[in-house]
Structure formats: structure tokens, C-alpha cells
Design a protein around this ligand. Structure first.
Ligand code: TMP
Length: 201
């Protein structure tokens, strides 16, 4: 039985992931695929509630507690939504996944990257995407692109965001052929094309 495919779009803040996820989903639907677009943290009622806590600038959390909340939201999303959808043959375009936790909470906050990966392995049951697209850009440009006020994570110092970017590039290197790094400073159309050229017909 051919199940659905999981595509992950990840990268630093302001890289345009959400726009690209919607565009890629539209193209996949035009190819006749059933597609679900989901985001992390979120995509379930409890995941959205956890998201509100995580992004609220007034929330006080230790690095470990923060990491576990991201992973808890992920556990709920994978088990309750992602796996059943993939089994039903639906493709999923996922806006962020485990690479974000390694980038933000390990590279950014200094938690042990292997420990973060182990928890991620546990909460995802070892689920691996078909392809991972890392939209790469320097944090100055990314943060400038953000509209409105900055949330708890976006509001962290530039140095934090520099380490996050390094984390994403390191995760992409670890993944090897499974990951595609796309220059997110290119036009919206170019980035979509770069992604679609690596998505199986
Ligand atoms: P979003 O703005 O892309 O929806 O993501 C919400 C914020 O949460 C963003 O600043 C990145 C951050 N984040 C983490 O720090 N760790 C994670 O594991 C995930 C999924 C997101």
C-alpha cells in the first residue's frame, strides 16, 4: 500500500517557510495528491495551546522545560494527526520538525544535541520525512522580514539566532541526501521551484 509522503520545510525565523508550505501544497494538489499542511508547534488543540505558552513573551521556562514542551506538542501531532494521515495516503507538508528543536534548543540554548535528538526519536517513533527542505538565510535578514511584534523566541538576541542558523546547516549536513538547503533570499517563485524540483512526481 502506498502511504502518503512527509515533506518538512524548516529553517530560521523569517525564511518564508509558511508561504512555501502553502505553495508546495497547492502544487501537489494540482498533481492530484491529497495534502495536509501542518505546523509545529501546533496542528492539534493541545499543540496550539502549548504554542501559545511557548511564544508568549511573559512565559518563564527553563531550557529543558521549553524543549520538552516543543516535543510534547510534536508527540501529539505525530500520533494523533500525522501518522493516521500518512497511513490514509495523504501527503503532509510540515512547517518545522525535529530539526528546529536541535537548532533552537540545542545550538541556540545549549542543550545537548544528542539528548534532544533522542527525545525527538521517542516522540516521533522514528518517523523520517521523505525530504527536508532547510530554507537558509542570515538572521539579520530573517528578523527584518518579520511583521508585527516579536514573540518570545524571535525576541532573543542576534547571537542566539546565529547559532540557530548554524544548527540548521549542521542538521542538513547530518541528513546528507535527505536534506536540501535552499537559499531563502531568492524570489518566492525561485524558492518554490527549488523545492518542487526535489519533490517526487
Ligand atoms: P513559527 O514561527 O515558525 O511558527 O515557529 C514558532 C517559533 O518556535 C519559532 O520562533 C521557532 C520556535 N521553535 C523552537 O524553538 N523549537 C522547536 O522545536 C520548534 C518546532 C519551533
Amino acid at each position: 500500500m502506498a502511504g502518503g509522503r512527509l515533506y518538512v520545510i524548516d529553517g530560521p525565523d523569517g525564511a518564508g517557510k509558511t508561504t512555501q508550505a502553502a505553495r508546495v501544497a497547492t502544487c501537489l494538489r494540482e498533481r492530484g495528491r491529497e495534502v495536509l499542511v501542518l505546523r509545529e508547534p501546533g496542528g492539534t488543540p493541545v499543540g496550539e495551546a502549548i504554542r501559545d505558552v511557548l511564544l508568549d513573551p511573559d512565559t518563564d521556562l527553563t531550557a529543558t522545560a521549553e524543549m520538552m514542551l516543543y516535543q510534547a506538542a510534536r508527540a501529539q501531532l505525530v500520533e494523533a494527526v500525522v501518522r493516521p494521515a500518512l497511513e490514509a495516503g495523504t501527503d503532509i507538508v510540515l512547517d518545522r520538525f525535529t530539526y528546529s528543536t536541535v537548532a533552537y534548543q540545542a545550538f541556540g540554548l545549549g542543550l545537548d544535541a544528542d539528548a534532544v535528538r533522542q527525545v525527538a526519536e521517542l516522540v516521533t517513533g522514528g518517523l523520517k520525512p521523505q525530504r527536508v527542505f532547510i530554507l537558509d538565510l542570515d538572521p539579520e535578514t530573517g528578523l527584518e522580514r518579520l511583521q508585527g511584534g516579536r514573540d518570545r523566541i524571535e525576541g532573543r538576541p542576534l547571537d542566539f539566532h546565529r547559532r540557530v542558523r548554524e544548527g540548521f546547516l549542521a542538521e542538513a549536513a547530518r541528513l546528507g541526501e535527505g536534506a536540501v538547503v535552499v537559499d531563502a533570499t531568492r524570489s518566492v517563485d525561485d524558492v518554490t521551484q527549488a523545492i518542487l524540483s526535489q519533490v517526487e512526481p
